[in-house]
Every structure is written in structure tokens, then in C-alpha cells.
Design a protein around this ligand. Structure first.
Ligand code: 5GP
Length: 361
């Protein structure tokens, strides 16, 4: 039996120390940075926030809004190739859009067609496999880098230094890190596998940066402060699914649910009701997703995702404005003038309690 004795940390286990700052206003900070990659020769200026390649938030609609803020969108892999081609030829997807692929031959054929027939439209690729520890992932990274040397290549998911190093040296520019931390994920419940997200970022970012690579922290953002903590811990990109799932622009119908309130209707004497609006959000490894996007759940697999109804949160532009506002404020607190400086200006306190929940969470 082997066990690592040191306690691993999540976003909720830390707060950030405020520091003397020479920044007088939040408007003085630079929330974009220039990304230079290990293998891809292009440079991109952006704020490294990415909507996840999940069916409801990795959509064309969400992508259009993310791009406007110099943020990224990783499109889900279930769009037919014709739809992807139409989208990337009608919109400038060179910087802020990633196309996703898994290990299936159909996925490869789709990406190969786009990269060869539309070479100047979108060359940012995300190889997304929940468990990147299987050998076929590394083989695909090597193949993609050999065939398309100039692509920006993200691959995941990993949570340890060894795999991050291996994937970067095999041809990845960015390794997507996080296992079990997703809001619609049940991997930890059904397998016991996973690693707290903050410790994952510490270890993986340190390794990646040491060899010229980058990491994308994937999953586990509950509050905007968690995005700040992820950048503070060393993440170059932060990917979110559940956080965007309740925005108006996310795919899916609005569901209305009626609830009883504590107020009594004076005329009828009955308890009054209130209507709340929700959207359906589901894990991409859930049985629901398997039925919707494939031909049902294969017998050898168990569902590793769940279906939830998330409260409607309003327009995505407003959410992004809140995110950028939070990030600006964070940078002012820690004295980081540029996004690039955030991790070197961050010092964490380990805490037992993060929030005051006297009036609810
Ligand atoms: P969130 O921002 O919602 O906390 O996490 C989003 C991430 O959860 C995705 O980018 C992806 O890595 C992960 N994820 C999405 N669907 C599933 C699923 O069905 N099972 C598991 N284990 N992870 C999922």
C-alpha cells in the first residue's frame, strides 16, 4: 500500500493574501496576456478563460460571446463537420475557438478534413479524453504534431507531473488538468479516483512551465474567486462548464418549476407559489449524454456524469463582465499589474472556513 501523507488542497481550502499595491484603480490592470506556445508558432492575446466542450456550453452561440471578450470556447465534438465548416468560415475562429476530438476514427477524419481543406480558419485543437493516462492519447498527440506541426494542441485530462511532462514533450502545447472536479462529474463517487484541483494546478503548472508548456485548469470553479485562485496557483487557462450552464445563451430549453413559499394568500388562505427557471446541464460521460449523442451506453461502461437543473443566471455577457471585474479586483488586491504576473504575486493562506454562510451560501 502507498499513500501520500500531505493534504491535497482544493479552491475552498485557501484564501489569498492581500498585498501592498501600487495600483490605484482596477482599470489600470491588464487582464489579457500574450500567449506564446512550445510548439505552435502563433501568438494569441487573450484572457485565458474557456467555456468547456460540453454540449450545452461548447456551442457556436457561446463561442461568439466568448470571442468578443478575448476569451476562448472549446466547441463540443458532436457538431457535424458541415456545421463546423460553416461556422469557422463565417466567423474569425483563428484565436479563440478550439475544435474538440476524442479517440474515435470519425473524430480524426473530421479534424483532418478541416485542417487540410480549410487551413487558415481554425487550427486550435483539443484532444479530450477523460483519462489521458491511456497510451492511445499520447500516440494521438504524436501523430497530430507530426501531421500538423503548426497547430495549437491542447490535450487532457491529467493531474500529475509525469503525464503533463510526457504529453508536452510528445507535442502538446497545453495540458488540460483535472480529474473528478467537474460539477456534473461523478467519477470520484464511482471510482474513487481524482485529485483536488488546487494541488493539481500547483504540480502540473510547475512541471509544464519548466519545459515551456502550459496548463488549463479544468473543472471545479464554483465562485469567480476560484478562477482567480486558479490563475494564482499557476494555471494559464481556466475551463468552466457548470459555471456557464445557466446563462441564457447556453443550449437547452428553459424549464419552469413552481415552488410553495411561506407567504399566505390573504384571499384564499393558501400558501403562495413562485416560479423559478432552470436549464438542464449534463455530464458528457453521463448515460443521458451517451443516449443523446451516441447509441446508448456500452455494456462495459458505467455512467460517470450526472444530469442537473441549474438556475437561469442571465446573459453570458453579464457573467463575463462579472468574471473580468472579479479578476481585475483580485489583481488590484495582490498588486499584479498584468495577468501574466498573477501567479508570482499570489500567496495563499490555508483556511478551515472560506465563507460566511450565516444567510445561506
Ligand atoms: P465544471 O466547470 O462544470 O466544474 O467542470 C467542467 C469539466 O467537467 C469539463 O470540462 C470536463 O472535463 C468535466 N466533465 C464534463 N462532463 C463530465 C462527465 O460526464 N464526467 C466527468 N467525470 N467529467 C465531466
Amino acid at each position: 500500500m502507498k499513500i501520500y501523507e500531505q493534504t491535497e488542497l482544493d479552491f475552498k481550502d485557501v484564501l489569498v493574501k492581500p498585498k501592498r499595491s501600487f495600483i490605484n484603480s482596477r482599470s489600470e490592470v491588464e487582464i489579457t496576456r500574450e500567449y506564446k506556445f512550445k510548439w505552435c508558432p502563433r501568438k494569441i492575446v487573450g484572457t485565458g478563460i474557456i467555456s468547456a466542450n460540453m454540449a450545452t456550453v461548447g456551442t457556436f452561440e457561446v463561442a461568439k460571446h466568448m470571442m468578443q471578450n478575448k476569451m476562448f470556447c472549446c466547441l463540443h465534438k458532436h457538431y457535424p463537420v458541415e456545421d463546423l465548416i460553416k461556422f469557422i468560415t463565417e466567423n474569425d475562429c483563428r484565436d479563440y475557438v478550439f475544435l474538440s476530438m476524442g479517440l474515435r476514427d470519425e473524430d480524426y477524419a473530421k479534424i483532418e478534413k478541416i485542417l487540410t481543406e480549410y487551413p487558415d480558419k481554425c487550427r486550435n485543437i483539443c484532444i479530450d479524453v477523460p483519462n489521458a493516462y491511456i497510451p492511445r492519447v499520447k500516440e494521438l498527440v504524436i501523430k497530430m504534431r507530426e501531421k500538423f506541426p503548426d497547430i495549437l494542441l491542447m490535450v487532457g485530462n491529467a493531474v500529475t507531473a509525469e503525464l503533463v511532462e510526457d504529453l508536452i514533450l510528445s507535442g502538446a502545447d497545453i495540458v488540460k488538468c483535472g480529474i473528478g472536479s467537474g460539477s456534473a462529474c461523478i467519477t470520484r463517487r464511482i471510482t474513487g479516483v481524482g485529485r483536488p484541483q488546487l494541488s493539481t494546478i500547483f504540480e502540473c503548472a510547475d512541471t509544464a512551465h519548466g519545459i515551456g508548456g502550459m496548463i488549463c485548469s479544468d473543472g471545479g470553479v464554483v465562485y469567480i474567486g476560484d478562477i482567480c485562485k486558479a490563475f494564482g496557483a499557476g494555471a494559464d487557462f481556466v475551463m468552466m462548464g457548470g459555471f456557464y450552464a445557466g446563462c441564457n445563451e447556453a443550449a437547452g430549453d428553459i424549464i419552469e418549476r413552481t415552488y410553495l413559499t411561506d407567504q399566505i394568500d390573504p384571499e384564499t388562505g393558501n400558501r403562495m407559489t413562485t416560479v423559478k427557471q432552470f436549464k438542464v446541464f449534463y455530464g458528457m460521460s453521463s448515460e443521458y449524454a451517451q443516449n443523446k449523442h451516441y447509441h446508448g451506453m456500452p455494456k462495459y461502461r458505467a455512467s460517470e456524469g450526472r444530469v442537473v437543473e441549474v438556475p437561469l443566471k442571465g446573459p453570458i455577457d453579464k457573467m463575463n463582465q462579472d468574471i473580468l471585474g472579479g479578476l481585475r479586483s483580485y489583481m488590484t488586491y495582490i498588486g499584479a499589474r498584468r495577468l501574466k504576473d498573477v501567479s508570482k504575486c499570489t500567496t495563499f493562506y490555508r483556511v478551515n472556513t472560506q465563507l460566511n454562510t450565516v444567510f445561506g451560501d
